[in-house]
Design a protein around this ligand. Structure first.
Ligand code: NCD
Length: 291
C-alpha cells in the first residue's frame, strides 16, 4: 500500500493512525522499536525542515534506519529522469520510500516503479497527506473531537497542498471546513470568503504561508499590508470562538500571514505541538505501511 493521498486511507485506517499518533505523542518521543533492520529512503527534491527531519526521527524511533538522498549531489543533476532514479533506488530494496517533489503526481509516478510502500511528503500543489494526519491528531488531542468543529484554513489556498489534504481529511471527519484568503490566492470554483468571515466563531484557525516560490502573480503588497488585510492578528482572532486554537504547518512568515503575538501565544498556538505530533503521526504511518 502507498500513501499518496488522503483518499488512499479507509475510515478505519484514519481512526487507527489518529489514535496511535496521540498515544505515541503522549509517550514524549520514546524509542519503541518494531521496525528493526528496515530501511527508509528519504527523497526530498524540495526544501524541508519539519517533514524531512520528522520522517527520519520517526524511522529511528521505530528502530529502522533512514537514509536521505542528497538530491543536489545526486545523478538527478546529471540529467537522470525521475523514473530512472526510482528504478535505481528500487534495485537497492528499500522497505519504504518517502518523497517530496515540486511536481504534482511525482510520488505516484515513483510508486509505479518502486515495489516498497511510497509515502507522499508533499507534491506540488496537490497533496501532503501526513501533514493533514498530524494536524487532525493535534486537533483531536487538544479539543477532544473533530466532528462538528468549525475549522478556518486561511491564506494561500490556491498553492497549498496542506489545504487540499486537510480539506479532504477534516471534512471526512465531520468538521465544517472554511477556506479563505485573498481572491487572487483562491482556487477556481471555491466560494469567496474573507478571512474575517472564515474566522468568525471558528474553533480552529489554521494559517498558511504565501507560497511565493509557486506564485506567478505579483501580490504587490507593501510591508505589513498582507497582515493587515488577510493575516491573523490578535484583533482578528478575537472574532473566533473564545477558546479557539491557532495552527500553522510551518514555516511561518512572521508579520506576514501571522502576527508574532498570535504565533507565540502559549495558550492558543499549537504550532510546536504540531511539530511534535509530526514525529508521532509519521511513526504511526510507517507502522501502518510496514507491518
Ligand atoms: C508545508 C509544505 O511544504 O507543504 N510545510 C510543511 O510540510 N510543514 C507548507 C509550506 O511550505 O508552506
Amino acid at each position: 500500500m502507498d500513501l499518496l493521498s488522503i483518499d488512499n486511507l479507509s475510515d478505519d485506517q484514519i481512526e487507527h493512525v489518529l489514535d496511535r499518533s496521540v498515544t505515541l505523542y503522549q509517550q514524549r518521543g520514546r524509542t519503541i522499536g518494531g521496525l528493526e533492520g528496515r530501511i527508509v529512503f528519504n527523497l526530498f527534491f524540495e526544501n524541508s525542515t519539519r517533514t524531512l527531519m520528522s520522517f527520519a526521527t520517526a524511522a529511528h524511533r521505530l528502530g529502522a534506519s533512514a537514509i536521505t538522498l542528497p538530491v543536489e549531489q545526486s545523478a538527478v543533476r546529471k540529467g537522470e529522469t525521475l523514473e530512472d532514479t526510482a528504478r535505481t533506488l528500487d534495485a537497492m530494496r528499500p522497505d519504504a520510500v518517502v518523497i517530496r517533489h515540486q511536481e504534482n503526481g511525482a510520488p505516484a509516478a515513483v510508486a509505479l516503479v518502486i515495489d516498497a510502500p511510497v509515502i507522499n511528503a508533499g507534491d506540488g500543489i496537490n497533496e501532503h497527506p501526513t501533514q493533514a494526519l498530524l494536524d487532525a491528531a493535534t486537533i483531536r488531542y487538544r479539543l477532544g473531537r473533530i466532528d462538528g468543529l468549525k475549522i478556518a484554513i486561511c491564506g494561500d489556498i490556491k498553492h497549498s497542498r496542506v489545504a487540499r489534504s486537510n480539506e479532504k481529511l477534516l471534512s471526512r471527519l465531520g468538521a465544517e471546513v472554511r477556506l479563505a484568503g485573498p481572491p487572487e490566492l483562491m482556487p477556481d470554483g471555491v466560494p469567496q470568503l474573507s478571512v474575517d468571515e472564515a474566522v468568525r466563531s471558528a474553533d480552529v484557525v489554521m494559517m498558511l504561508r504565501v507560497q511565493r516560490e509557486r506564485l506567478s502573480e505579483d501580490l504587490g503588497d507593501a510591508p505589513g499590508e498582507f497582515l493587515r488585510r488577510h493575516g491573523l492578528t490578535a484583533e482578528r482572532l478575537a472574532l473566533a470562538n473564545p477558546d479557539a486554537v491557532v495552527m500553522h504547518p510551518g514555516p511561518i512568515n512572521r508579520g506576514v500571514e501571522i502576527d508574532n503575538s498570535v504565533a507565540d501565544d502559549p495558550e492558543r498556538s499549537l504550532i510546536n505541538i504540531q511539530v511534535a505530533m509530526g514525529v508521532a503521526a509519521r511513526m504511526a504511518c510507517l507502522e501502518l505501511l510496514l507491518t
